[in-house]
Design a protein around this ligand. Structure first.
Ligand code: TXA
Ligand code: MG
Length: 336
């Protein structure tokens, strides 16, 4: 099967892809965060196709995407009190909400959990596709498990060529990192994965919000967070601390085929240095990160050092992805 890239702003293409999904197939589509690999969320067999195409662990549940707020009702057992406030403020947008699931969600979507993750994406192509399907779409990021997520149609093509029929092209993803996963099924809302909507924003709206730190010896509540993730081929070291110190440290390590991912304002002239956006511009870092890791993958390098941003605002999500890609290779400098 040859994978074809279709213009995602064309309604005929959207209808064609909706038909593929309704018949149990898979389609990659753009969202404002990353590209998703979509299937009919209410069909166990269709959803099984996602796990196969991505080589995804069966214990890692998927996010269900809706286009209208009222489409959440049949998917959940109860609507938590904070749902309305959050959906009103952040949907469509990069916020996934975990709620108690209803009986119509197949077990493989939620990996057997009694909760389901739901979000309303903001990209017009995603919304049009869900509407044309007439039902919710289950979608993880459209990459093989463990590798950097795709933020444009060519990334998806490189990753899944031959495994799916169509990719809807909606340009580059605005945010560039996955949605924030917020569990609202318990008494205190809890962030399971930092993302496009920040801790500070949620704290302002909700008053109180927990942040899951998932120690290694404990089963994380967001199963996906326990795997090494977003990882390029060469071993990667996350370097944390004040940018002047991390830059100096990285510079001292550069020799042979060692590569670095650095803030624009600290990068130096070297063919193996790739830039990540300015040190204070977390939004630029978020939108650059996965593309930069892919660029590094295309270079013949032996290891990668990454200047990791401080954790305020969107910096928390950027740092989270870099640390996941690093596995245990983390260096902390300065008094933090
Ligand atoms: O921005 C995004 O969220 C993208 C786009 C395509 O929407 N999707 C995405 O999906 O990042 P994925 O499968 O790569 O990540 C889903 C995350 C995983 O960490 C998974 O463990 C968690 O959500 N998750 C899903 N259902 C859950 C549940 N019921 N309880 C706890 N965590 C859940
Ligand atoms: Mg993913």
């Amino acid at each position: 099967m040859e994978t074809v890239i279709l213009d995602g702003h064309n309604q005929e293409n959207i209808v064609l892809c909706a038909d593929v999904i309704r018949q149990g197939g898979l389609v990659a589509f753009p969202t404002e965060t990353v590209y998703g690999l979509g299937a009919d969320a209410l069909s166990e067999t269709a959803v099984a196709g996602i796990f196969a195409a991505k080589n995804r662990q069966e214990d890692n549940p998927l996010i269900v995407h809706v286009a209208l707020k009222r489409d959440v009702m049949p998917l959940v057992a109860e609507i938590p009190a904070v749902f309305e406030t959050l959906a009103e403020k952040y949907w469509p947008g990069p916020l996934t909400l975990i709620m108690k699931k209803s009986g119509i969600i197949p077990d493989n979507v939620t990996a057997g959990l009694d909760t389901v993750a739901i979000r309303m994406p903001e990209h017009p192509t995603a919304l049009a596709l869900i509407l044309a399907c007439g039902g919710p779409i289950a979608a993880p990021s459209a990459n093989p498990s463990g590798t950097p997520s795709p933020t444009n149609a060519l990334h998806v093509k490189a990753d899944l060529d031959g495994r799916i029929q169509y990719i809807l092209d909606g340009g580059s993803c605005r945010v560039g990192l996955e949605s924030t996963v917020l569990d609202i099924s318990g008494t205190v809302p809890r962030i399971l994965r930092p993302g496009g909507v920040t801790y500070d924003e949620l704290k302002t709206v909700l008053g109180v919000v927990d942040f899951e730190r998932s120690p290694d010896n404990e089963a994380p509540r967001s199963p996906g967070m326990k795997y090494r993730h977003y990882a390029p081929k060469a071993p990667l070291t996350a370097v944390l601390g004040p940018p002047s110190e991390t830059a100096e440290y990285i510079m001292s390590r550069m020799s042979g085929r060692t590569a670095a991912l650095m803030f624009d304002d600290y990068a130096f002239d070297n063919p193996f240095v790739v830039t990540l956006g300015a040190s204070r511009d977390h939004a630029a870092q978020a939108s650059c990160l996965f593309g930069a890791l892919r660029l590094l993958d295309s270079m013949d390098i032996s290891e990668i050092y990454v200047q990791t941003p401080d954790e305020d605002g969107l910096g928390q999500a950027v740092a989270n992805r870099i640390k996941k890609a690093a596995g245990n290779n983390i260096v902390v400098l300065g008094n933090r």
